[in-house]
Ligand binder design. Sequence first.
Ligand code: PBG
Length: 333
Amino acid sequence: MHTPGFPAVRPRRLRANPLVRDMVRETVLDVRDFILPLFVRPGTNVRQEISSMPGNYQLSVDRLVDEVGAARDLGIRGFILFGIPSSKDATGSSALRDDGIVQLSLRALRSVYKSEVVLLTDECFCEYTDHGHCGPLCETGGRVDVDNDATLPLLAAQCVSHARAGADIVAPSGMMDGMVQAIRTGLDQAGFSHTPILSYAAKYASGFYGPFREAAESPPQFGDRGGYQMDPANGDEALREVELDLAEGADMVMVKPALSYMDIIRRVKDRFGVPVAAYNVSGEFAMVKAAAQKGWIDERRVALEILTSIRRAGADLILTYFARDAAKWLRQG
Ligand code: PBG
């Protein structure tokens, strides 16, 4: 078949008029697709800015309630909670307490906001262990490693505890083999068969998590997370991870980080057609903030371009520290 070319075809015809340009736009950002990460710590009236993440704070439960209210007023509905506990130990036992920091936060938020917000919980132990790894340790082949199978029942217990306290969706982020199955079984047995799992299915061992580890006070005290998080060089492996998590009962899957992994987002979306979340992580946020503070880039323009691109790549949901700013910018139009 012969396809006519120039001068019959002129792509610029649809670009000249801004209103026509709007009509043919393929991707539209919507505040309903944002999930705002929040960091909660013990105490009262604490609102301490995270230096590498301007505009983001470690909050005590009372201030967390205010923060969620302010964000909800901007149209944001989804929130994911990260806890900074008052004590840490080798197994991260404070993560399982009924009066743990995330459990207290969930109860407080649930009682104030009822069904007006969607509360997600990050399910992992790195914030709760004194060594900063994502589960209890063991030694295999002369290497210290996270004990995969010992972590599974702990993850299930953490999720059940969060579901009881009011979590709407649990999001396991530790990249343990079999974690989705263990959590699904645990939730079902505890009467939470209706609670969805958003699995951090393709989570890479990334340098872009730097600011988060300051925010959540969770850097590994030795070694790195290369023994459980994925090698940034691998793409096919991400598809196998996603396939396994879906087979184990994941309702949604996440790709993390977002920007260096746009190809993974697209491949996951094309292959599986399930709801995909992308985590626009702390380092990706911090780079934009820092360059904008220096006057090197236009923050609003770049942030909206990034968020739009993540959606265009195939993500349905975006976890992003830009959620509040973006909500305001979208309102201004
Ligand atoms: C693990 C977890 C991490 C992030 C979210 N969940 C840190 C890690 O894997 O080391 C990073 C998020 C970000 O950088 O914004 N609980």
